[in-house]
Design a protein. Structure first.
Length: 174
């Protein structure tokens, strides 16, 4: 397996679907005077997915790295320096094939994108995930990220009922 920088001209705008399985979610709800977070198991595992594109137009000068096995793209990590606050945002980190997960590919991609963040001079690195993506949350925690915020209604007015609350996670670099 090889980690290579992705060519923006080749990949920009190409669509992909990210899929993951989850056994539960982090329920985030208001309590006076703040919020409470607790893990809740689903009755049965649930598969979730979302569609996205490589090098989205909203990204500021993104960089992306792919994990390749015999020219087959197994996963990738993408990010950019947010100029206004000097934070490096991971916009995507994804292993496409379930059978390729838990083999260290995500760890290699994370190390590569962390190096890019440090080279950029960013003061910290941030990313977004969903309250139901428990495997991603666990992976990010193992890589030194902590929860730094959330948005109850980032994706729709029914995010809490769908158990897909946006969670921001971050890690200080300097």
């Amino acid at each position: 397996m090889e980690i290579k920088m992705l060519d923006k001209e080749t990949y920009a705008g190409r669509r992909f679907t990210a899929r993951y399985k989850t056994k539960g979610y982090y329920d985030i709800h208001a309590v006076d005077p703040g919020f409470q977070i607790e893990y809740v198991a689903f009755e049965a595992p649930v598969e979730k997915s979302f569609d996205d594109v490589f090098f989205s137009e909203w990204l500021e000068n993104p960089v992306a790295y792919g994990a390749f096995q015999d020219e087959r793209l197994l996963g990738y990590a993408e990010g950019f320096l947010e100029q206004w606050n000097n934070r490096f945002r991971i916009s995507n980190i994804c292993i496409f094939d379930h059978s390729a997960r838990h083999h260290g590919i995500g760890t290699l991609l994370m190390a590569t994108i962390l190096k890019a963040a440090k080279v950029s001079g960013a003061r910290m690195i941030v990313l977004e995930t969903q309250s139901c993506n428990e495997n991603a949350i666990s992976f990010y925690r193992k890589n030194g990220f902590e929860m730094i915020g959330f948005d109850l209604y980032s994706y729709s007015n029914t995010d809490p009922e769908q158990h897909e609350i946006r969670i921001e996670m971050g890690k200080k670099l300097v």
